[in-house]
Design a protein around this ligand. Sequence first.
Ligand SMILES: NC(=O)c1ccc[n+]([C@@H]2O[C@H](COP(=O)([O-])OP(=O)(O)OC[C@H]3O[C@@H](n4cnc5c(N)ncnc54)[C@H](O)[C@@H]3O)[C@@H](O)[C@H]2O)c1
Length: 264
Amino acid sequence: MNVIFEFSGKVALVTGAASGVGRATAKAFAKAGAQVAVADLNRQAGEDVAEQIRTEGGVAEFFHVDVGDEASVAALVASVVERFGGLDFAHNNAGIEGAHVPVDQVSQDDWQRVMDVDLSSVFYCMKSQIPEMAKRGGGAIVNTASASGLIGGYQLASYTAAKHGVVGLTRAAAADCARHGIRVNALCPGPIDTAFIAQMPQAMRERLMFGVPMRRLGTAEEMALPVLWLCSDAASYVTRHALSVDGGVVSSSPVTFMEDLAGA
Ligand SMILES: NC(=O)c1ccc[n+]([C@@H]2O[C@H](COP(=O)([O-])OP(=O)(O)OC[C@H]3O[C@@H](n4cnc5c(N)ncnc54)[C@H](O)[C@@H]3O)[C@@H](O)[C@H]2O)c1
């Protein structure tokens, strides 16, 4: 794909950057000239991503974080600002899925962990990031939600509730931040070919395709470019938006599903 962004002199923080969508976004920011903070719970994989970026001529450093822990997130943002001198862009992207069970079988532990990692994390991140961006006169935040942030997921109650929360939190924050010159948007991916999908039960992965009019999984790179676009001046009047990048999942009608069942 021949899309060029220019972020020289900018600082970008990406959470969940050791794998999948976050790794692709971190690499794309670096390719565009930004200094990149690669943040993740997985130390080894995160160090490897930062090293790959440096090998390819970019500027990147790994930061260990548990996004479900407010103190850890506050320490992360403070360290990034200390290392790079400020913060311009944040992709709050780390996430987990939780158990695939009907809502009445969701355990309290599963519910709480998904809420911590997928929803409270975004609150903790923005709480620390907004004052730093305001000091620079503005910035852009992209929170990874999901198609499950816009429509109801099957046997995914905790995840669906958390991702709907991310969309709502994004809209609330965008309203609060506009006066600081900070734009806040959400990315709502459909099924993307990452470790996240690979660990799903086989039947669930096959069923996912029924709802995709484009009949394929998205790639992590296809998520990264919309994130960079949302951070760029090309999107200077875009805020409070939940952007579906999903091969048509959210807007597809049940007719698609019926055709597939008939083997059409
Ligand atoms: N893959 C998909 O189909 C899909 C669809 C919709 C939304 N999403 C969302 O996209 C985001 C990225 O998912 P992905 O597909 O790249 O998954 P992935 O599993 O490849 O990557 C997730 C990353 O988050 C990190 N992480 C997990 N818990 C963390 C924590 N507590 N603190 C810090 N880092 C943590 C993991 O170590 C991993 O590197 C998630 O928020 C996910 O909900 C993914």
